[in-house]
Ligand binder design. Structure first.
Ligand SMILES: [Fe+2]
Length: 370
């Protein structure tokens, strides 16, 4: 067993407070989205590089190659990435001391060091990417997203800034926080989980579900009031994720998200209920019983014929509505092929399942959502 919290974690109310505390200046390169720059830190003295000049959605290997060419022509001491998981994932690679392409960097034995300082600040409350060393990019030629952990991908500082949640679009809040919930739930059940990851996972699940209940009762205006709690919960789930990988929900979502260009948090939220109902059906008395008990404690006791995971599904339907898989463009005849593809490309995650998921299980999971 081993457990680490690698970056120093800081919390600030505003970007201004962060900028002052970390002496952000002209030798820094802020990598972010234009809208975030214009909204929160257009007065900064730091250099800037905008993600949206390269990429409109989630990053592909080719778009990150274009970013690498630009970054290698700049002179700076620290890369400060401010954004959602995609931006933070790119920054980990942009800060590496290498002249390789993304495809070469993703070769299994390649582990370059870091060229510059690295500060990661999330503007969503979900991926936990600010405390992991993993970068996930889409590789269209193999039809899936692929993740790789770089030893040098751990930031020097992970910075949580409440102000960044003040203008978050509801859909981004909903899908990113749901992804944090998936991280915490999957890792709690993973065979590699330990007493330390358990603490972070349970705290994150409790906080996120309590936040969701408050929001369904009081409306989405409470998101900003709860900003610190959401940022901390997604960060705690990220700390667990930096020690133990996610499992089957992410495995299926990684492939589906790549095929149908569905944002990561929306894809993981989609597959959470059917995967967990499958686990609960197969092995209800293991660690998943702790999760079931926690859900009932927060959401209230289930009615007759209803499991805690049905209740979770109902809550998620209110907070993070999704569509049927057919409405994303998946056809009934895709089911068999998709299940094969998940098994072929996502073993890195499937080995972390609570119970093994057979091809028949995965087919059944798709069919529940068609
Ligand atoms: Fe995730």
């Amino acid at each position: 067993m081993q457990f680490a919290i690698r970056p120093m974690i800081h919390g600030y109310d505003t970007f201004a407070a962060f900028g002052k505390a970390h002496a952000v200046g002209p030798r820094d390169l802020i990598f972010t989205q234009r809208i975030l720059y214009e909204t929160f830190f257009s007065q900064t003295q730091a250099q800037t590089l905008f993600y949206d000049d390269f990429c409109g959605g989630e990053p592909t290997a080719a778009t990150v190659d274009a970013m690498l060419i630009e970054v290698r022509s700049r002179y700076f001491d620290r890369l400060i990435a401010i954004g959602g998981g995609s931006i933070l994932d790119c920054a980990k690679v942009l800060a590496l001391d290498s002249n390789d392409s993304v495809a070469s960097l993703f070769a299994s034995d390649v582990q370059p060091g870091r060229k510059v300082g690295l500060i990661l600040s999330p503007t969503t409350c979900g991926t936990g990417s600010e405390v992991t060393c993993v970068s996930v990019f889409d590789f269209p030629e193999i039809g899936s997203k692929v993740g790789k952990g770089f030893n040098a991908g751990f930031a020097d500082h992970a910075v949580l800034i409440d102000e960044f949640l003040s203008k978050i679009p509801y859909q981004v809040f909903a899908t990113s926080s749901a992804d944090a919930l998936v991280h915490a739930l999957e890792i709690y059940l993973a065979p590699g989980a330990n007493a330390y990851t358990d603490v972070f996972c349970l705290a994150a699940v409790r906080s996120l579900l309590q936040g969701y209940i408050r929001m369904t009762q009081l409306g989405s205006s409470v998101i900003q009031e709860d900003a610190k709690a959401y940022l901390a919960a997604s960060n705690m789930a990220g700390i667990a994720l930096s020690n133990v990988l996610a499992g089957g929900v992410h495995a299926i979502a990684m492939h589906f998200g790549s095929e149908h260009h569905v944002p990561h948090g929306e894809a993981t939220r989609l597959f959470l209920p059917p995967v967990f109902k499958t686990y609960y059906g197969k092995e209800p008395s293991g660690k998943i019983a702790d999760i079931a008990q926690l859900i009932e404690e927060i959401l209230g006791p289930c009615g007759p014929g209803c499991t805690p995971f049905d209740a979770l599904d109902e809550l998620l339907a209110k907070v993070v509505p999704t569509r049927r898989l057919s409405e994303y463009g998946m056809a009934a005849e895709d089911v068999d092929r998709y299940a094969d593809k998940v098994i072929e490309t996502q073993q890195r995650l499937l080995v972390n399942n609570y119970t093994p998921l057979s091809k028949a299980d995965i087919v059944q999971i798709y069919n529940q959502l068609m």
